[in-house]
Design a protein around this ligand. Structure first.
Ligand SMILES: Nc1nc2c(ncn2[C@@H]2O[C@H](COP(=O)(O)OP(=O)(O)OP(=O)(O)O)[C@@H](O)[C@H]2O)c(=O)[nH]1
Ligand SMILES: [Mg+2]
Length: 303
């Protein structure tokens, strides 16, 4: 399956709701009225595109409509171009350092951290790399077994310890193991935590400090994993996490399960952080590097 096809099928819920709404608005009369514009605005906001981006799209549509003497057929195209320009030329890559690259996956409970760690390791392996996983969630019941299961399924080594063990010391042991075995990527799966829990944020900062003392510059990537259905609260999450541990990028998961896929644009527009990967399903191949062009095209695709 090509990249665009994957984006398109993963974003199907958002795309079909948006394009059905837009088509309904533009086909009922040959001219766009103020009411039509308002309905367009509501449809965009319902996809969680956010006020700023929605405003830009609506302005662009209005301008196009006025300059074309009332023809409204190109709304989808205008919206697509505007989203693309909001996102910039963003094509994601995972950082790569000489020797071992350490990637930490963090986020609130259930966001998709463990699955994303496994999927990323799988990508690295498919590209000929040598990934390792570290089970640093020693808190949630069955978290260690969950990562070990992924390790077995994908044939990727997992360093783990017992429940209640210090996550920082597991990360330290995993880095030792990865360095001695010549692994090129270490993915650290951390426990879910609310950004408002200061003690848990300190624990995360400690883990990062310990790994940084072990491997120069580590963690090289700190990816905040966000469930796409979180909506605008994700902005708050990102800002708070970023205060404790500097983020290098975002992973937006479960886009396949929501019609609010517009939040990717809103969050990238509001925060100065790249969306690096998006999750479009539960299978290992369902994590895709983010491409602004494919995303914008898929969102407003006219079938
Ligand atoms: N449909 C879909 N499901 C996903 C995606 N990413 C993760 N999931 C599912 O979401 C659920 C939670 O994923 P986990 O990876 O366990 O989340 P987590 O952040 O590690 O959760 P905690 O460790 O409990 O904080 C699992 O059932 C995953 O299969 C995605 O992109 N699409
Ligand atoms: Mg987990």
């Amino acid at each position: 399956m090509g990249l665009f096809t994957k984006f398109f099928s993963g974003l199907k819920k958002t795309q079909s709701k948006l394009s059905t709404e837009i088509r309904r608005i533009i086909t009922r009369s040959p001219k766009l009225t103020e009411d039509d514009i308002e309905e367009l605005e509501a449809a965009l906001l319902a996809s969680d595109m956010g006020l700023a981006v929605t405003g830009r799209i609506v302005d662009a549509v209005r301008e196009k409509y006025e300059s074309s003497g009332g023809k409204s057929g190109s709304v989808l195209e205008v919206a697509q171009a505007e989203v693309m320009s909001c996102l910039g030329d963003n094509t994601a890559r995972l950082a790569k350092h000489d020797g071992l690259t350490v990637v930490s996956l963090i986020g609130v409970n259930g966001a998709g951290k463990t699955t994303t760690a496994a999927k990323l390791a799988h990508r690295v392996k498919a590209d000929g790399g040598k990934p390792m996983l570290a089970a640093c969630d020693t808190f949630r019941a069955a978290a260690i077994e969950q990562l070990n299961l992924w390790g077995t399924r994908l044939d990727i080594p997992v360093v783990s310890s017992n429940y209640g063990a210090d996550p920082a010391s597991i990360a330290h042991d995993a880095a030792n193991s990865a360095l001695s075995k010549g692994n090129d990527y270490l993915f650290i799966d951390t426990a879910g935590r609310l950004h408002t829990k200061h003690n848990l944020m300190r624990e995360l900062a400690k883990l990062h400090r310990v790994i940084g003392n072990k491997v120069d510059g580590a963690p090289h990537e700190t990816l905040l994993v966000i469930d796409a259905s979180t909506g605008m609260n994700a902005l708050n999450q990102a800002r708070e996490f970023n205060k404790s541990v500097p983020l290098t990028g975002l992973v937006i998961t479960k886009l396949d399960g929501t019609s609010r896929g517009g939040m990717v644009v809103a969050i990238q527009h509001e925060l100065d952080l790249p969306v690096k990967f998006i999750g479009l399903g539960e299978q290992p191949d369902d994590l895709q590097p983010f491409s602004a062009a494919d995303y914008a095209r898929a969102l407003f695709f006219e079938e």
